[in-house]
Design a protein around this ligand. Sequence first.
Ligand SMILES: N[C@@H](CCOP(=O)(O)O)C(=O)O
Length: 466
Amino acid sequence: MEYVCTKCNARHSIDELLYTCPSCGGVLLLNDRDFAEYKKIPGKKWQKLFDERRASDCQALKGIFRYYELMAPVLEEEDIVYLGDGHSPVILASKELRENLGIDFAFKHEGQNPSASFKDRGMAGVFSYLRAMVRKHGWDDILTVCASTGDTSAAAALYGAYVGSPIKTVVLLPEGKVTPQQLSQPLGSGATVLQIPGVFDDCMKVVEHLASHYRVALLNSKNSWRILGQESYAYEVAQEYRWNMKNKALFVPIGNAGNITAIMSGFIKMKKLDIIDELPRIFGVQSHHADPVYQYYHQVKENRVYHPVEVKPSVAQAAMIGNPVSFPRVQKLAAEYEALGGNFNVVQVREQDIMNAMIIANRHGHIACTQGGECLAGLFHAKQQGKIAHEFAILDATAHALKFSGFQEMYFENTFPPEFGVVPKENLCNRPHSVISEERKKSLSAGEYAEEAARNIAGFMGLAKR
Ligand SMILES: N[C@@H](CCOP(=O)(O)O)C(=O)O
């Protein structure tokens, strides 16, 4: 394998941990030099291999590395770090939800990964590579560092804690802009948690500076081993639908743009190897409060100019990023995707719609986070605009709803700060009801208390007597 620069096409050895091209500073992707050999194997044979592997009880192949030939065939079994990552459930949207929307779709619930987000896929990739480097070169001291809006730091800390020595984990967070649940994750895993004022983009710059001037291993998706791990999402989706991507459309939130890069890269590989006949349509989704990629693709093709944007507070906090590090990769892969017959779009949604959609999804039995809500809002939007009609959509709910319960609480209590621009719809709000007071409880025996509480509930719910 080798690193390939997305800008100047230079190739570099993977024996060194590189994030950008030493020749021109461009971001990198990983390339398998034997890929041409893989083309000699019929697509059906690949499908059979991966289908049979579903039954494997080999620990290393249970997670994202079920597809290791397409990702990192240079790793040995002993290098693979598996914490239960990947194979997140694809759940058909409830009947009522599909009927209301007038389109068939499913959520892929990435919150069911070990640290409750899709980032575990990428961390399984990068930590397995680091273990290989430790084995091969005897590296005895590795300080990993990442900037995060909350999910990356949780995943980095979890995998770092599992692998242990010689790896130590530091995470850098924008103070006050990570949910309490996400903050508790790296703290619980024992990582060093550092905070600075500002937003994710500020943290990313600091971490990039650290990576260029000090001996640290950067764990953000700028690290192309993260991208490889996250390609597994594409392989799983294809396998879920028996390798048939005809009339399928994927909705993916765009933050630092590592995930959309990985998903396109995975589908491109499968198409080139004839594992799939058709590429699914891909819709990136961004909030109007953090939409640099939408702004770029919204321009007339011939005159597109990329500008980072200044983000505003967003409920899709994991994607609140004004200058995604993977933007050059997206540009390159989206062009390749279209050249291979695929279709790549970016839609913009409003904060209000993201919150409404997240609550609607969860009210229909899903565990969508705000980014999952962003995808559902994106699907609503695409449907309304006639951009999608007959396809079956697969929505990426990137993390567990519980990580973002604070936004739900603000919605139900109508306490959103004005800069979010979110006003709750009363019919979507839900609050707890008190059945009996503490004082009344004290005045009753245990039996009387149970009876009176039950009577109050029966009255409140209008229950008929037996
Ligand atoms: N949403 C991310 C932001 C960093 O993205 P990465 O994929 O480049 O690590 C987070 O959870 O921190």
